[in-house]
Design a protein around this ligand. Sequence first.
Ligand code: AP5
Length: 217
Amino acid sequence: MRVVLVGPPGAGKGTQAQFIASHLAIPKVSTGDIFRYNVSAGTELGQQAKAFMDRGDLVPDEVTVAMVKSRLAEDDAQSGFLLDGFPRNVPQAETLKKILADWGLKLELVLELVVDHDEVIRRLSGRRTCRKCGRNWHIAFDPPSVADKCDECGGELFQRDDDREETIRHRLEVYQEQTQPLISYYAGEGILLGIDATGPVDDVTERALLALRRFVR
Ligand code: AP5
């Protein structure tokens, strides 16, 4: 199955992507995670992306699209994938459509995580990420049993540079201006499904899996 997760920063895309991808036995392809990995590894791609990410701006389309195309061409993505954080604007969506069409494929579902503005601020300002395995925690909603230490791998938790208040505000503006138009774009394609992404993580996962079962007959 080929699925896209869309929603504002902090909607819970990364959190839900791991459960949905593992349920569907398809790889999760997160552009944010790939960029962050390259930034910390000091690669050329990471150097190209870092300044944009630190400001909360989108990394230029040509860089992002080339990276996604090469990831989707890998063996494990041949029977499907879950995209988290891509596409992020209508030109990226159109390019993805063309890439898939060239391969004789198309997207089957775009799942929108619907959360209000105040909730995303609460989620992002309390997020902590594991340096070792990348798992996200939240100091109030999903705290680890020992402060600043990942329960799953023992790694150190840190706050993302782009989770500072002024950068969060800018990322939300970028979402409104550039990513929100994807909602009507995919509604027009007849493959958009929105779910309420508030409440406990398990409840959101259940709603997402139910939506997937209803959509894919
Ligand atoms: P990216 O990493 O994609 O950031 P984002 O879209 O802003 O999304 P986030 O990772 O901030 O949030 P999320 O929705 O995954 O929420 P999470 O599950 O962590 O992108 C980062 C940057 O990379 C961009 O700004 C851009 O520069 C660049 N980039 C990436 N893709 C690009 C593209 N296609 N084109 C150009 N540039 C690109 O949850 C947040 C917190 O809430 C966590 O603490 C979690 O524990 C908690 N939480 C989750 N669910 C719940 C719940 N149900 N209840 C309570 N708390 C919850």
